[in-house]
Design a protein around this ligand. Structure first.
Ligand code: GDP
Ligand code: MG
Length: 674
């Protein structure tokens, strides 16, 4: 190798790792800016001279991985594989080692000659993190130069190491072992790659790995040429074999094991100084439990279960007070109006229609406020981010990105903002699937239905029964997402890399603000949409003129009578059940409001009618039906806005069918068992 030859090095690193700072410190003013060929991604180049030798520095786009998933990743990867720089300086944020090393691992697997600039050493130190540089060099088999780019610390040493690159033996590549099972498949596949793509023998393992991970570029290469049928066959065989063996997506397993390896590296090479930045250390200790493989999901479920217990135990006495109030209000209004000789219909409109309808929904405000209080607490404290993290593995099983879990959680409050929140998802597939299954998340409007029915039929097990309904929603979402993914999307997911903010004590003020905003939305809806709809239902229940209020011969009774037979197999083939479900399409609270308006007032009367008409089994079926069948109008509109009419039709159609089927199944199968 000629000593005079100009060396070319590339800078790679996660966004915000300090790449630009390193670039500037290395090259000072000798820079030029252009674009990467064919795309509008900025390409910066610069030069520095060390001991009389000039070195060209190319700044790659900041990326978390090299999966050809985003444009930036593709630009970086194409450059590395085609232009083969003499060295790649991987800028690593020392204070966030594990996540940053993911890219390094991929660079090494690609066979790139890596030098690590271990940046942000000052931040790491201030957080009490001590990194054993020698050991890190040994474990990864590369040179590691600690730097503080913003202060120019370590830059000269970095120039020296880059300059010396040719004197050192080429790096051996990173020996990540993916475990016997995957390694076996990988070896087979590597052989097949060598045979099918003779020009890629050098990076055969890399390409085999990419094929296994379902990398779109690698698959495109495979699709491009008919002569590679043999390779495709091996790939399919290896993938199905592994999937059966592992019981999960191969790509998820690969990503997990890569992280597992890096986790080990970090544990091996770092030490946390005691006493420094105690809060962060506490955060990590909590995280160790809360996001761990075994405890993560149980902790999440336990928290959810606890939430519903609280919603009921603390909510019940308050709900009773509101209930008593509306009972009194209805009675008082009635007697005042009668005393004033108001016409009967007016008395009926105000007491039975308006107060009955709106009151039956507002009774649940205490429970809902408590639910929102807990959700706000979990969000503000930083736990929700963990929940998304924990669920990532699980979401990958559904073929969804971990980030999809956040709209799902928002869906517990209301599906409309949740559906809008899917905009943050990068791939169209994730967006569509998340939108489509979101209405299966039990929004707060379903809670009144649950509370009403569990109050009559499951008094002692209320919390538990409602918990199962929420869980059922999640499980159904999972199954539906999986099914739709199979049918409509076959492409793959990107690995999730999520930052976990440290925990902090939520402030009283922000928790209350969040809770209040949501609760107010609920109350306002009761005052507007639900009041109007209650009046409309009253009207339909009172006409034609002279008919007995809310009887089978009223308009509403006859309409309901048409639908009722369809509900018969589910055990609630009553005209008023049909009417309440139909009204629930406008807003799910209306299921309860309608029952309240038809069966006169809030507690007593309605509860008696329900306990006469339902069995616990059909009551459960009714709740499941309320959960699943057709999203409310506002959600349908939101789905339409985010997708198109076909997806919207699918969202409406599949939920109606699914809801009905489940209700029937519960009643029929349950009937056989009991
Ligand atoms: P890039 O996104 O990777 O290009 O990162 P930048 O070079 O823009 O750096 C992001 C931020 O981190 C900037 O505010 C820098 O001043 C700061 N920064 C860069 N290197 C260091 C460092 O070693 N220590 C500290 N404390 N800050 C740094
Ligand atoms: Mg930058």
């Amino acid at each position: 190798m000629s000593a005079k030859r100009k060396i070319e090095v590339a800078l790679a690193g996660n966004p915000n790792s300090g790449k630009t700072s390193i670039f500037n410190a290395l090259t000072r003013a000798k820079q030029s800016v252009g674009n990467w060929p064919g795309v509008t991604v900025e390409r910066k180049e610069g030069r520095f001279v060390f001991e009389g030798h000039e070195t060209k520095v190319v700044d790659l786009p900041g990326t978390y991985a090299l999966d050809a998933y985003t444009l930036d990743e593709r630009v970086a990867r194409d450059y590395l594989t085609c232009e083969k720089p003499d060295a790649v300086v991987a800028v690593v944020d020392a204070s966030n080692l594990e996540r940053n090393l993911y890219l390094v691992a991929q660079l090494l697997e690609l066979g790139a000659p890596v030098i690590i600039a271990l940046n942000m050493m000052d931040v790491a130190r201030s957080r009490g993190l001590e990194i054993d540089i020698d050991r890190l060099e040994k474990v990864l088999g590369v040179k590691v130069v600690p730097t503080v780019a913003s202060k120019g610390v370590g830059i000269e040493r970095l120039q020296q190491v880059v300059h010396d690159i040719h004197r050192d033996a080429p790096p051996p590549g990173l020996p990540i072992s993916y475990g016997d099972d995957i390694e076996g498949g990988l070896a087979q596949l590597t052989e097949a790659v060598r045979a099918a793509w003779p020009d890629r023998t050098e990076g055969a393992r890399w390409w085999a790995l990419k094929l296994l991970e379902g990398d779109s570029d690698a698959l495109a290469l495979l699709a491009g040429d008919g002569a590679e049928n043999a390779l495709r066959e091996v790939l399919d065989k290896v993938r199905t074999g592994l999937e059966k063996h592992i019981g999960a997506d191969v790509e998820t397993a690969v990503v997990e094991r890569r992280y597992g390896f890096l986790n080990g590296v970090v544990r091996e090479c770092t030490r946390r100084l005691p006493g420094v930045a105690g809060r962060l250390a506490t955060s990590e200790n909590i995280d160790w439990v809360v996001t761990s493989r075994w405890f993560g999901i149980p902790v999440f479920l336990l928290l959810m279960w606890g939430t519903f217990q609280l919603v009921f135990t603390a909510g019940a006495p308050l709900a009773d007070i509101v209930d008593t109030f509306f009972g009194w209000l209805g009675g008082a209004t009635g007697s005042v109006l009668s005393a004033a000789r108001a016409p009967d219909w007016l008395v009926s409109l105000l007491t039975e229609g308006l107060i009955g309808g709106v009151g039956s929904v507002l009774v649940f405000v205490p429970n809902i406020v408590i639910l929102f209080l807990v959700i706000s607490l979990l969000e503000e404290s930083g736990y929700m981010a963990r929940a998304a993290f924990v669920m990532d593995r699980f979401m990958h099983l559904l073929g969804l990105h971990g980030k999809s879990f956040i709209p799902m959680i928002i869906g517990f409050g209301c599906n409309v903002p949740a559906i809008m929140a899917t905009r943050t998802l990068e791939s169209r597939k994730d967006r569509m699937l998340t939108v489509l299954v979101n209405p299966l998340m039990s929004c707060s409007a379903r809670l009144p239905v649950y509370i009403l029915f569990t109050g009559v039929f499951f008094t002692r097990q209320r919390g538990l029964v409602v918990f199962t309904l929420y869980l059922l929603g999640i499980v159904l979402a999972v199954l539906v997402a999986r099914l739709f993914k199979r049918v409509f999307f076959k492409q793959e997911v990107a690995p999730l890399i999520m930052e976990l903010p440290p925990y902090h004590l939520p402030t009283f003020r922000s928790v209350l603000t969040h809770m209040w905003e949501r609760a107010w939305l609920f109350v306002r809806k009761a005052g507007t949409v639900i009041a109007l709809a209650s009046v409309l239902i009253w009207l339909l229940a009172s006409l034609p003129w002279g008919v007995e209020y809310a009887s089978e011969s009223s308009i509403i009774g006859r309409l309901g009578g048409l639908v009722a037979p369809i509900l018969k197999p589910a055990g609630f083939g009553y005209w008023w059940a049909a009417v309440s479900l139909a009204a629930g399409v406008v807003a799910k609270e209306l299921v309860v409001a309608t029952l309240g308006a038809i069966h006169g007032g809030v507690a007593g009367g309605l509860n008696q009618v329900l306990s006469r008409s339902f069995t616990p089994l059909s009551a459960y079926g009714f709740m499941v039906m309320s959960l699943v069948y057709i999203p409310c109008v506002a959600s349908v509109a939101a789905i339409w806005r985010e997708t198109n009419w076909r997806w919207t039709a699918l969202a409406v159609g599949h939920t109606i069918v699914l809801g009905w089927l489940l209700a029937v199944l519960i009643y029929q199968v349950g009937g056989l068992l009991t």
